[in-house]
Design a binder for this molecule. Structure first.
Ligand code: COA
Length: 173
């Protein structure tokens, strides 16, 4: 397990590492984005998370950024759902299965709660068994399934929606 990880808000100089981690997920087929991206292309995404209400967190070990998580808007412009937030998380391939996903997801949940969000959700491909296991282990529930709506590297798959109430601190491991 990890014991030397520091989670903090992202800085501009983290963007190359964040882009590399995201491109690994694209290559692995665990995101609906299917074309490798560049640091320049990711700048807009990064800038959207300068909003203190929708932060971007990185996990670093030593001086290496090894994972990140974001809070993102749900249905912008719809006041009725403004206390709902999307949580996304990505761990560098070579650092998976060491507890980073767990630590980041917990951090993102706690941050979202502090920011006043009442519900969190995650969107993932239904082929993403690792993410499903992680979410279920941390007490998230399956809220929905859009079957067969995606084509990732030539394979048809669907989108799962997982969610949880953020009303209270979770009690699961
Ligand atoms: C899914 C992901 C975030 C998991 O991160 P991680 O740091 O490996 O997760 P953890 O080490 O905290 O794992 C916690 C638990 O999740 C489950 N899990 C994680 N990866 C798994 C995998 N590949 N297969 C099966 N179970 C897995 C296990 O139950 C694990 O506990 P264990 O190691 O004690 O068995 C990581 O694989 C990843 O970044 N994938 C690509 C990006 C992605 O899918 N993001 C989600 C879309 S928003």
């Amino acid at each position: 397990m990890i014991d030397d990880v520091n989670i903090r808000e992202a800085r501009q100089e983290d963007l190359p590492a964040l882009t590399r981690i995201y491109n690994q997920a694209i290559e692995d087929g665990t995101t609906a984005d299917t074309v490798a991206t560049t640091v320049a292309e990711r700048q807009r995404w990064f800038d959207a998370h300068r909003d203190p209400h929708y932060p971007l967190y990185v996990a670093e070990m030593g001086d290496e950024v090894v994972a990140y998580a974001t809070l993102s808007k749900y249905r912008e412009g719809r006041p009725a759902v403004r206390t709902t937030v999307e949580i996304s998380y990505y761990v560098a391939r070579e650092h998976r299965r060491r507890g980073l996903g767990t630590a980041l997801l917990r951090h993102a949940e706690s941050s979202a709660r502090s920011l006043g969000f009442r519900h969190g959700y995650a969107l993932l491909l239904d082929t993403n068994a690792g993410s499903v296991r992680l979410l279920e282990k941390l007490g998230w529930a399956r809220w929905g399934h859009f079957p067969g709506i995606a084509t990732v590297h030539g394979e048809t798959c669907g989108h799962l929606v997982y969610g949880r109430s953020l009303a209270a601190e979770p009690t699961t491991a």
